[in-house]
Design a protein around this ligand. Structure first.
Ligand SMILES: *[C@@H]1O[C@H](CO)[C@@H](O)[C@H](O)[C@H]1NC(C)=O
Ligand SMILES: *[C@@H]1O[C@H](CO)[C@@H](O)[C@H](O)[C@H]1NC(C)=O
Length: 384
């Protein structure tokens, strides 16, 4: 017996000692283009998710808007978790090479002609007015947009707006506050450029090869690109006219910078997002709230059970001496039933086993693909 226990402890110990990854969450290593190996790639893919808005209940797929699209668009296979959370992830035309800085790269150009209809542009305008947010993904991490509040506190949001507006009475709405260049009354501005900063851990003094990405940040910008060929990312912001009178062009562009930072551990790369969240207090409050309700309800059920039991026991004591003591009732009926073997024992155990497996697999599936919504799940899988 003791031996058995010791073996069990040993097994448990070794299981806890060596970390394991949930499938699909294993780290990916990146190398420069000329040093690519089997376990180390240089292409960094940016994935796009659906757009949502706090001012509207309807999320839209990236493709619903007339943004730049990937020529061979792929949808990384959707699974139960993604369907449940309504995610719509697709590949994008933004493709980077590890540790290759790029400035002002053109992604695509869209032309709108008032003669052939501008409904696609109108849809973008509507999206901006409702403050729709992009959600981009690099290496299983959300691309965040970090900004400072007036009180100097930094906030990192896992999305960034499509554009921003200034109302007719000169009120600066939403993201237009970030730059004083957005100053024309009654105007819609489009963020058609992004400055992306990808931070990586070089892997020096670590037991793995290549570099690992630890943060991806971006800053939405608005530039009125002129000319068709060479674009310079500077100058006045891109406004969308109220009514089109002539052909109108939108050019999308990006810049990317790679930064080395070996002080950030790969396993804690989510920390900066979690730390900047403002809602920690609210979460504690709701946890306490649920706990109190659960305790209260269990207390009530326990009280009811106790009273029933009490009544039964009193009755047993009363009729102990009388003749019909043989007849069982109340709680005594239960004891006969509990040890009665079920009619189809094998079937019951099969169902129980299957049910447990389905339950656990559902949990793991949700965690595995929902590292965005549930960074806690994600971190759990790295610390076990
Ligand atoms: C990319 O730009 C960053 C910031 O300017 C710089 O620190 C880094 O060395 C550059 N990387 C390369 C490969 O040029
Ligand atoms: C690396 O990141 C840490 C934490 O975000 C920061 O304090 C430090 O200045 C960064 N180091 C470099 C070289 O950027």
């Amino acid at each position: 017996m003791e031996r058995c226990l010791r073996l069990l402890l040993l097994l448990l110990g070794s299981g806890l000692g060596s970390a394991f990854y949930l499938p699909g969450l294993a780290p990916v290593s990146f190398c420069e283009e000329q040093k690519v190996k089997d376990n180390c790639k240089s292409q960094i893919e940016l994935l796009v998710n659906r757009l949502d808005s706090a001012e509207s209940v309807l999320p839209y797929e990236y493709d619903a808007f007339d943004f730049c699209k990937d020529e061979n668009e792929r949808h990384p296979s959707e699974n139960l978790g993604q369907v449940l959370f309504g995610e719509r992830i697709a590949s994008s035309p933004y493709k980077f090479t590890f540790n290759k800085n790029e400035t002002c790269q053109k992604v695509c150009q869209k032309t709108y002609d008032p003669k052939s209809g501008v409904s696609a542009l109108d849809f973008i305008k509507k999206g901006i007015q409702l403050n729709y947010q992009h959600h981009w993904i690099i290496d299983n991490m959300p691309v965040t947009w970090c900004y400072y509040f007036e009180d100097g506190q930094k906030y990192c949001s896992p999305g960034f707006p499509v554009g921003c507006t200034i109302t007719a009475d000169g009120r600066v709405k939403d993201a237009c506050v970030i730059n004083s260049e957005f100053n024309k009354k009654d105007t819609i501005y489009l963020f058609n450029h992004v400055d992306i900063i990808i931070t990586y851990h070089s892997g020096k003094d670590e037991n793995w090869d290549g570099a690992r990405l630890v943060a991806a940040r971006l800053e939405p910008k608005s530039y009125k690109h002129t000319g068709d060929k060479a674009i310079k990312c500077e100058g006045p912001p891109m406004e969308i006219p109220k009514d089109l009178t002539s052909k109108f062009q939108i050019t999308y562009s990006y810049s990317v910078i790679f930064q080395e930072n070996d002080t950030i551990k790969w396993a804690s790369r989510w920390d900066y997002i979690l730390e900047s969240m403002q809602h920690t207090n609210i979460q504690w409050f709701s946890i306490m709230n649920s706990l109190v309700i659960v305790l209260f309800l269990s207390g009530m059920v326990a009280m009811i059970m106790l009273r029933t039991l009490h009544k039964d026991i009193a009755r047993y004591n009363q009729i102990d001496s009388s003749e019909d003591a043989q007849e069982e009732f109340g709680w005594k009926l239960v004891h006969g039933d509990i040890f009665r073997p079920p009619m189809k024992g094998m079937l019951l155990s099969v169902f129980l086993g299957q049910g447990t497996q389905i339950f656990i697999m559902t949990f793991i599936t949700l965690c595995k693909f929902y590292s965005f919504s549930y960074p806690l799940c994600f971190r759990f899988s790295h610390t076990v």
